[in-house]
Design a protein around this ligand. Structure first.
Ligand SMILES: [Zn+2]
Ligand SMILES: [Zn+2]
Length: 408
């Protein structure tokens, strides 16, 4: 363990009050606790717990303030060699902070809950919409069947540790400038177990557990989305010494779809429509998650108009009989290439609507805010160039298509 400054570990000032020490520990502990699936970090947590143990104790804190880490280590081993087992009172601190020290990693020599495991599951877009049955393989720890989990070779059961007489801890008194200072250390002979194995089980190398792959059938509910977590109770690592098994958390990742864009229970779809369809109206076939459906487009439809298809969206996760909607975003497609005949028809259309497609340079078509003569002349030039080059732009304007270019 590196010797980071304890104040730095807790992220507090040197003159922090006991209240601030407590608060800082509580905030960071919740974040780093090994039971926290997302941000748990056992070694950082141990470091934090050590910093808290020292700074929350006035006597230890003043020793630390005066002599740094050396002030605490005394002659024998010191805090550097201290591990989880020595925090006799930390599980109490824990239950005080988090309610019940049950899942604290500081319990030892008794039943211990197995670790939670995380499994990342990738789903196709439609699998997430309608739900799916998935087979997943979890690699978790199980009790070794040869030694029944105690790690001892058959016929050579574990024996009580002679160093600590089965307590799992030893007391060590160190002399410091301020007198004697007693530390409780994990027994180095048995690593806090209180028992020792004379002859290790060859199947699990004395660990008592082995990692095995287990297949689990998982029912993914309809309407699930990226980031959701499904809990499979007791599918995690089996507990040590008959402790309860941990859980498996399946984290869902949903792939994007080529045409559908999901927003909660709503599905958005960009649907290009032609000029003629927008102007005259008609019927269109559009994709939905249930297959193709017919929609009506009314005459004079503007680009960007949305059409709501009720209950064609994603089922509600907590009420599968309800479904969200699908929203069609109509995007006017401006033709890029015109045949001579099409061109003629469109020119005729412009003529009928009394539109002049090319304007003289000084027609006063420049933006209203122009003030200087020079820039207004430039703008006029630009405007002319635009007018002559892009009949299509004008036609698009005619149909109110300002964002036709956004169509996929
Ligand atoms: Zn074994
Ligand atoms: Zn021992």
């Amino acid at each position: 363990m590196s010797k980071r400054d304890f104040y730095e570990v807790l992220g507090i000032e040197r003159n922090a009050s006991q209240d601030q020490v407590k608060k800082a520990f509580r905030n960071k502990a919740r974040h780093l606790h090994p039971d926290n699936m997302d941000s748990g970090d056992e070694s950082a947590f141990k470091e934090l717990a050590l910093a808290y143990e020292v700074l929350s104790d006035e006597q230890k804190r003043s020793l630390y303030d005066r002599y740094g880490h050396d002030g605490l280590s005394g002659g024998g081993g010191g805090f550097e060699g201290v591990d989880l087992g020595s925090f006799a009172d930390l599980s109490e601190i824990f239950s005080q902070f988090f309610g019940g020290g049950q899942r604290s990693p500081f319990r030892r020599s008794s039943a211990e809950r197995g670790a939670d495991l995380k499994y990342d599951l990738n789903l196709e877009f439609l699998e997430a919409v309608f739900g799916a049955e998935k087979k997943i393989s979890i690699k978790h720890l199980e009790d070794c069947t040869v030694c029944s989990g105690n790690g001892a070779a058959p016929g050579s059961g574990p024996v009580t540790c002679s160093t600590c007489s089965g307590a799992g801890q030893i007391r060590q008194t160190a002399a410091t400038f301020l007198g004697h200072f007693t530390q409780v250390l994990t027994c180095p002979n048995c690593n806090g177990e209180g028992t020792r194995i004379e002859k290790s089980c060859s199947n699990c190398k004395g660990r008592g557990q082995i990692r095995k792959t287990r297949e689990i059938e998982l029912k993914v509910p309809a309407g699930i989305d990226s980031g959701a977590r499904l809990r499979i109770p007791s599918a995690g690592d089996q507990g040590k010494r008959n402790g309860p098994a941990g859980d498996v958390y399946v984290v869902i990742h949903v792939s994007d779809h080529t045409v559908f864009i999901r927003e909660g229970t709503t599905i958005h779809l960009k649907q290009p429509i032609s000029f003629s369809m927008a102007a005259l109206g008609g019927e269109l076939i559009v994709p939905t998650v249930d297959g193709e459906k017919l929609i009506k487009v009314s005459a004079g439809t503007q680009s960007g108009t949305t059409i709501l298809m009720r209950e064609q969206g994603v089922p509600h996760l907590n009420n599968q009989s309800r479904r969200g909607d699908q929203v069609i975003h109509l995007q006017l497609q401006t033709p890029v290439k015109l045949s001579a005949e099409e061109r003629k028809l469109l020119e005729k259309l412009a003529e009928l609507s009394g539109e002049t497609l090319s304007k003289p340079a000084a027609a006063g078509n420049e933006p209203a805010k122009q003030t200087s003569k020079e820039s207004s002349a430039k703008a006029a030039q630009k405007q002319t160039a635009k007018d002559s080059s892009s009949i299509i732009d004008k036609l698009a304007d005619l149909f109110g298509s300002k964002d036709a270019g956004d169509a996929p």
